[in-house]
Design a protein around this ligand. Structure first.
Ligand SMILES: [Zn+2]
Length: 301
C-alpha cells in the first residue's frame, strides 16, 4: 500500500530557506528558520523508521485539522485495523529536565510541554472523529527522535518514546489484522479535512527590491554563480549546472516569494542578477511556460 499522505517540506520552511540566501534574516527569523529546519529533519528521521509500517496501515503525515475554530496539527497519524495512532515528533537535542509537570532545556529554560500538545491534539481529534461518526480508539505518543537527547527525571509514562525505545516500540505496533474499506474511508475523510493555512506562520517582510539578485548555487546556496555559455558555474564551490535549469530554479524561487507577480522576461532577468541575456531567458521561459499577453505585455504561466 502506498503512503497515504506523504510529507513535503513545509512552504514556510522553503520560504525562509530561500529568503536567507537573498537577505540577512533578523535573529528572530533566523532562529525560526533553524527551528523549522530541525523539526522537519526530525520528522523525516521518524518517517524513515515508520514507513515500513505503511504496508499494514494508513500513514498520514503533517495533517492540519480544524475542530470548531480550533486548528491543530498532527505530525504523523497512523490508522491500523484496531486503533488510530497519533505521533508528536520532537527533535530536541541536548540535556533537558522534567520537573513539576514541565519540561526545561538545561540550564533552565522552560519549553512548551509536548505532553500537553499531544493531549490537546488527541482530544480535538477525538471530537472531530466523533462528529464524523467514527469511534476507533486513539492513542497518542510523543516521540523524541534525536539520539543526542537526554531527559533527566523523565516521567514514567508509556506515552513518551525515547530514541533507544523506538525500534521495539514500532515493532509492537505491527498488526496482522487487515484493513478494510472502513479504514480507507476514514483515511480519505481525514485527508480531505486537511487544511493549508499559511497565515499561522509569521513570514519576515520583504520586497523584490530589497532582496539580493543573482542565481543561487544549487550546491552551496551562495550567489557566486556566473554564466559561461550554456552552463552556470559557482565561483565559490565550483558546482556546475545547465543554465536553463538554473533559470527555472530561479523562477520557482520568484513564484514562491512573489506568488502574485506575473512571470515576465525582464523580471526574471533582473532576479537572476542580469546574468546571461534577456534572449536566453526568454527562450527558456518560452520552452517551459505558456506565453500569454495583456495589452502589449507578454508574461508566462
Ligand atoms: Zn556553490
Amino acid at each position: 500500500m502506498p503512503l497515504y499522505k506523504p510529507r513535503t517540506k513545509p512552504s514556510h520552511l522553503t520560504i525562509l530557506e530561500t529568503l536567507q540566501k537573498r537577505t540577512s534574516l533578523s535573529s528572530k527569523a533566523s532562529s525560526d528558520y533553524a527551528r523549522w529546519l530541525k523539526g522537519f529533519e526530525g520528522e523525516q528521521r521518524f518517517d524513515h523508521f515508520i514507513e515500513p509500517l505503511a504496508n499494514e496501515a494508513y500513514l498520514l503525515h503533517d495533517l492540519l485539522l480544524k475542530k470548531q475554530n480550533t486548528t491543530f496539527q498532527i505530525d504523523t497519524l497512523m490508522i491500523t485495523s484496531e486503533k488510530i495512532y497519533l505521533f508528536e515528533i520532537k527533535n530536541y537535542e541536548g540535556d533537558f529536565i522534567y520537573e513539576d509537570n514541565q519540561f526545561y532545556r538545561l540550564p533552565k529554560n522552560e519549553i512548551l510541554n509536548p505532553l500537553h500538545q499531544l493531549q490537546r491534539a488527541t482530544s480535538l481529534l477525538g471530537q472531530l472523529l466523533k462528529s464524523q461518526g467514527y469511534t476507533l480508539p486513539i492513542e497518542g505518543y510523543v516521540i523524541f527522535i534525536n539520539p543526542h537527547f537526554h531527559l533527566y527525571q523523565a516521567p514514567l509514562t508509556p506515552t513518551i518514546i525515547f530514541p533507544t525505545q523506538l525500534t521495539s516500540f514500532l515493532d509492537q505496533l505491527k498488526t496482522s489484522s487487515p484493513l478494510t474499506s472502513f479504514h480507507k474511508k476514514l483515511a480519505e475523510e481525514l485527508h480531505a479535512l486537511h487544511i493549508t493555512d499559511s497565515s499561522l506562520n509569521e513570514t519576515p517582510s520583504y520586497t523584490f527590491d530589497n532582496l539580493r539578485k543573482g542565481i543561487t548555487c544549487l550546491q552551496c546556496s551562495s550567489l557566486s554563480v556566473e554564466v559561461e555559455g550554456h552552463k552556470c558555474i559557482c565561483k565559490s564551490c565550483g558546482a556546475k549546472e545547465k543554465s536553463s535549469q538554473a533559470i527555472l530554479r530561479s523562477v520557482e524561487e520568484l513564484q514562491l516569494l512573489f506568488p502574485e507577480e506575473k512571470i515576465k522576461t525582464q523580471i526574471v532577468y533582473e532576479w537572476c542578477g542580469q546574468l546571461g541575456s534577456l534572449k536566453r531567458i526568454r527562450s527558456v521561459l518560452q520552452k517551459h511556460f505558456t506565453m500569454k499577453s495583456v495589452n502589449q505585455w507578454a508574461y508566462f504561466e
